[in-house]
Design a protein around this ligand. Structure first.
Ligand SMILES: C[C@@]1(CC(=O)O)C2=NC(=C\c3[nH]c(c(CCC(=O)O)c3CC(=O)O)Cc3[nH]c(c(CC(=O)O)c3CCC(=O)O)/C=C3\N/C(=C\2)[C@@H](CCC(=O)O)[C@]3(C)CC(=O)O)/[C@H]1CCC(=O)O
Ligand SMILES: NC(=O)c1ccc[n+]([C@@H]2O[C@H](COP(=O)([O-])OP(=O)(O)OC[C@H]3O[C@@H](n4cnc5c(N)ncnc54)[C@H](O)[C@@H]3O)[C@@H](O)[C@H]2O)c1
Length: 209
């Protein structure tokens, strides 16, 4: 299967998760990084999910799945341990709604990649469903390769890029944007020397003005 990868804005959209086990917890933790409005449909939930519910982060309907539970949902996760229930969720899903089945059976509108998040820096991995175990392993490598300092690094790049776009056009703009990716900048961030980055940026901008 050749999937189309994308990063979706699902803020304020309704997302329904059918099932409250470990896989539901995994999906919820990924979804909690957004401002989507989450509802779990399940007779039981794990301890961690119960905590999120107590903290008011999502709504729990403590019941077995019924088709009406999907009303107005943009994304639907069928993550129960019962294939018949997942089939019923699939049957109740309208053509305009997007369905993910944790058992990878039947209709598959999307699958979930592993995600490494460092602020606005996001790396995703998938094997298109071939080997979730490999996906998980590669994610661990990426977590090491892209440490927490990438959040600050990308935040600096964003601000610097904004300044460059405001002040320059054409070749100068292109040249400065390319220079911004000098590995020295990343090294300064990693070493906690953010002021060096700022000074370097202001000097480079000053030289071109
Ligand atoms: C990435 C991640 C994100 C997430 O869960 O959101 C994710 N699976 C993760 C881990 C993982 N899942 C499984 C293992 C055990 C090892 C193994 O089986 O290989 C491990 C490893 C572990 O836990 O370390 C078992 C498993 N997974 C699926 C099935 C059904 C089937 O294949 O038939 C079964 C068998 C169930 C059974 O035994 O019956 C199906 C899917 N799992 C996917 C995603 C989608 C394709 C991803 C891709 O393209 O690679 C897809 C198709 C659907 C979907 O769920 O979207 C998450 C890593 C999170 C992280 O590390 O942060
Ligand atoms: N995608 C993945 O990463 C991945 C990994 C492991 C397993 N799986 C698949 O996901 C399924 C779920 O795994 P799990 O570990 O979360 O299982 P689990 O047993 O921990 O949880 C299953 C949940 O489904 C709920 N449920 C059962 N019947 C229901 C109904 N009628 N209506 C609503 N909820 C109902 C249960 O109450 C429970 O909360 C597995 O059976 C497997 O097919 C996927």
């Amino acid at each position: 299967m050749s999937y189309f990868p994308l990063l979706m804005n699902i803020d304020y959209k309704k997302v329904v998760i059918v099932g409250g086990g470990h896989v539901a917890r995994q999906k919820v933790e990924a979804l909690l990084q957004t401002k989507a409005v989450l509802t779990i449909i399940s007779p039981t939930v794990t301890g961690k999910l119960q905590q999120y519910i107590n903290d008011g982060l999502l709504t729990w309907k403590e019941k077995e799945f019924e088709p009406g539970d999907l009303d107005d949902a943009t994304l639907i996760f069928a993550v129960t341990n019962d294939e018949e229930v997942n089939n019923a969720v699939e049957e109740a899903t309208q053509h305009w709604q997007l369905l993910s089945r944790a058992d990878a059976k039947g209709r598959v509108d999307f699958i979930n990649p592993a995600v490494v998040r460092r602020g606005e820096f996001v790396v995703t991995v998938s094997t298109s469903g071939a080997s979730p175990g490999l996906t998980s392993q590669v994610k661990k490598d990426l977590e090491e390769q892209f440490g927490n300092h990438y959040a600050e690094y990308v935040s600096f790049l964003k601000e610097a890029r904004k300044q460059i776009l405001q002040a320059f056009t054409g070749d100068t703009k292109k040249q400065l944007l390319a220079e911004l990716l000098d590995p020295q900048v990343l090294q300064w961030v990693e070493q906690g020397e953010k002021q060096e980055c700022e000074a370097w940026l202001q000097q480079r901008i000053g030289e071109q003005l």
